[in-house]
Design a protein around this ligand. Structure first.
Ligand code: UT7
Length: 335
């Protein structure tokens, strides 16, 4: 049964921010045994931005991305009803969205974090859409921001070459149901494979007093790259097909596809499986690497800025990663 929505939701602005420090493959090859040739041919990544320095946090980047999105449409932050921050590398495990609320002066907004790694932006945009379609809120700021460089094992060549830091933001606004820009979604989780990609909690004994309580810390990122690769190539096309089937939209009608920017070979394999021309896939992987929850809104903001994405066009965005989680959103661009 399909429930009728009270209102539709459309993206009305985008913004993004990346750190200044740029580290290319040659520099990484001084730290681990690898080469520019290996990294480019196996992943498509040439360089990545890394957050560095004291008092320079992912919350600052997320704040900047949010301000840039607000400025594009001269929106007063007090008009924002809700802020959703997709991140798996917050400044504060209790949540960083509230810091962003204060930073941008969105004092009327509720704010919370969503943790879903590289699917975080898809999960957050889907969540935001529900609040709007139910008629609860009218303006929602959704931010995808991650600094996985903080949690990368810089001695593990199979992961440290991949990740970069960044933030991307969108503003979602209510509209008439018939004018909606967020057309539909499809979400999935396979928790049986959670250990294929983890940033896991570990216990240690605190021996500093007689209580000897076990306390927590986090390990560095571990990934079974081949398994995650196979999962992405098999599941992402299926998710896209399911999403479009529910909406009765033929894949030929899709103008652009933006996948989570993990690996150029994954993008090509998904294009082959869907029998879609590679040039419909927008990518900036070469410049930023895998920025986790930020990767899709970073591409969106860049593509809108370059006027690649045009009003009225249909777009698929699809995220995948730790959990394992994956999902797709179909969008019609409205501005
Ligand atoms: O964002 C969440 C989603 N994440 C992903 O989607 C990541 C998915 N996985 C991948 O993108 C790829 O699996 C990687 C890029 C991580 C690895 O590429 P691969 O083609 O799957 O390489 P592999 O793990 O099968 O390793 C092939 C060889 C190995 O050597 P042997 O065993 O064949 O001698 C590795 O030790 O390449 C070696 N290798 C490297 N060599 C040079 C692994 N990393 C490197 C490296 N430089 N950085």
């Amino acid at each position: 049964m399909t429930l009728l929505s009270k209102q539709g939701a459309s993206i009305i602005a985008t913004g993004s921010a990346v750190p200044e420090l740029c580290i290319n493959n040659h520099e990484i090859s001084k730290v681990v045994e690898t080469s520019d040739e290996w990294i480019v041919s196996r992943t498509g990544i040439k360089e990545r931005r890394i957050l560095n320095g004291i008092n320079n946090s992912i919350t600052d980047l997320a704040t900047l991305a949010a301000i840039r999105a607000l400025n594009k449409i001269s929106m007063d932050p007090l008009e924002i009803d809700l802020i959703i921050l997709a991140t798996s590398s917050p400044n504060d495990l209790f949540g960083s969205a509230s810091q962003i609320q204060a930073n941008i002066g969105a004092y009327n907004a509720a704010a919370f974090d969503i943790t879903a790694a590289c699917s975080g932006f898809i999960v957050s945009l889907t969540t935001a859409t529900q609040f709007i379609e139910n008629g609860v809120y009218n303006n929602i700021l959704v931010i995808g921001a991650d600094a996985l460089s903080k949690w990368t094992d810089w001695s593990d060549r199979s992961t440290c070459i991949l990740f970069g830091d960044g933030a991307g933001a969108i503003i979602l606004q209510s509209c008439l149901p018939d004018d909606k820009g967020i057309l539909g979604f499809q979400l999935n989780t396979n928790g049986q494979k959670y250990n294929q990609l983890c940033l896991a909690y570990k216990d240690y004994y605190n021996t500093s007093n007689s209580l000897k309580i076990t306390q927590g810390a986090f390990n560095k990122i571990t990934m079974n790259g081949r398994e995650v690769y196979k999962f992405a190539v098999s599941q992402v096309p299926e998710s896209i097909e399911k999403c479009l089937y529910k909406l009765d939209i033929p894949i030929e009608e899709i103008n652009w596809i933006i996948l989570h920017q993990a690996n150029k070979r994954i993008l090509e394999a998904v294009a082959n499986k869907l029998i879609i021309n590679n040039n419909k896939f927008i990518s900036n992987l070469d410049k930023y690497g895998n920025t986790s929850a930020a990767s899709i809104p970073l591409v969106l903001d860049e593509a809108v800025g370059k006027q690649i994405i045009q009003r009225g066009q249909k777009i698929i965005i699809s995220g995948f990663g730790a959990g394992l989680t994956w999902g797709t959103i179909a969008i019609q661009w409205k501005y």
